[in-house]
Design a protein. Sequence first.
Length: 145
Amino acid sequence: MKLAAALLLALALDAAAADKIWSAVLLATNVANPKPAPTELKPVAARLQRVFGYNQFEIVGRASADLTDDAKLSLTPTKTFWLDLKARRASSPDARGGYLLNLLLFQNDRPLVDTVAVIAPASPLFFRGPMSAHGQVIVVLQVQQ
C-alpha cells in the first residue's frame, strides 16, 4: 500500500515537473521565397501567419525553464529582450491545465509589456515587438509538456 502511494506521488511530481515554458524572439518578414518554419514553430506557423500577416519567421533567440506552481522565472531569449514571470497553476477548467502568468517583457531596461495572462499547452502567447531594420520582432511564449 505504501509503495503504491509512493509511486503515485512520484508520478504526480514528475508530471508537474515536466512542464516547461519556452520563449523565443522571432524576426518576421515577407519575402518572395520564404524558408520553411523552424521545427519549434511548425505547430503555430499558420497561426503566426494569420495573426501577423508575414510569410517567414526566423528564430533570433530562445530560452526555456522548468515551469512549476508559484515559479518566479527570468527568461533571456536575446541580449535585448528578456522576460520576468511569476506563474501559478490556473484553477479554472477553461485554462486546460495551464498557468496564470504575471508577465513583464523588457527591451533592454525598458518595459514593453506588463500583463497578466493565462497560458496553456497548445495555446501560445504572441507579442508584437518593435520594427527592426530587418523586419518585425515577435515574442512567443509556449508551455511545453
